[in-house]
Design a protein around this ligand. Structure first.
Ligand SMILES: [Zn+2]
Length: 214
């Protein structure tokens, strides 16, 4: 099988996302850029994750052109390839419609602030307005909101988009963003919302940047 390594990593991440409840049905999509070739492995469009095999994962180029695989790539491929083109530091991208991230992207919610120390790695989390899924518009908005260093954004009436230097990092971002959205949701509901003080957030970010966080 061509591109077996990146296809397997995407498949495993997809299974993990299902197990963690980050994706349901055929929603969400996950992509990984190959280190050597300028190709991207991405989940196929409209295919159930149950029973999916590595060979089912689509291969596209950095402009989203379908190169290999029995099923066409996710319709949201423009969002993934736009971020991979814009950010050479990013190798993996994860988009899900996870419930609490989707809830926190609505209304007048400001950007998410960290509630626990590990969440500091992934904030600030911007929110981009709704545009049609799969469009170049949403891809442009996500790239702009992520900026040079961003790890995650919420998309109104849609879900979240996360990225990282490898699949583990991108999946970590998705898991912590859903946790951050969930803790923000419940603490606001109970009237006890109290994000980490800004000073502590900045101190944690410095530790994480220096790779000294425990
Ligand atoms: Zn979507």
């Amino acid at each position: 099988m061509k591109y077996e390594r990146i296809r397997k990593i995407v498949l495993e991440a997809t299974q993990e996302a299902v197990a963690e409840g980050l994706v349901k049905g055929t929603s969400g999509n996950i992509a990984l850029r190959d280190d050597d070739d300028d190709v991207v492995a991405i989940t196929p469009s409209g295919i159930s994750y149950t029973g999916m095999t590595a060979g089912d994962i689509a291969i596209v180029d950095l402009n989203g052109k379908w190169l290999d695989g029995p099923y066409k790539p996710s319709s949201e491929v423009p969002m993934h390839t736009a971020v991979l083109r814009a950010r050479p530091d990013v190798k993996a991208t994860v988009h899900t419609h996870a419930m609490f991230a989707t809830i926190m992207a609505m209304g007048e919610n400001p950007e998410l602030r960290p509630i626990t120390p590990p969440q500091c790695e992934f904030t600030p989390v911007g929110i981009v307005p709704f545009t049609m899924p799969g469009s170049n518009d949403v891809a442009d908005l996500v790239v702009k909101a992520l900026g040079e260093k961003g790890r995650a954004v919420l998309i109104k009436n849609h879900g979240m988009f996360c990225c990282g230097k490898n699949m583990k990092a991108a999946m970590h971002a998705a898991t912590y963003i859903e946790e951050l959205a969930l803790t923000t949701y419940y603490s606001k509901l109970l009237g006890v919302y109290e994000p980490m003080p800004e000073e502590a957030d900045l101190a944690m970010k410095a530790l994480i940047a220096a790779d000294q966080a425990v």
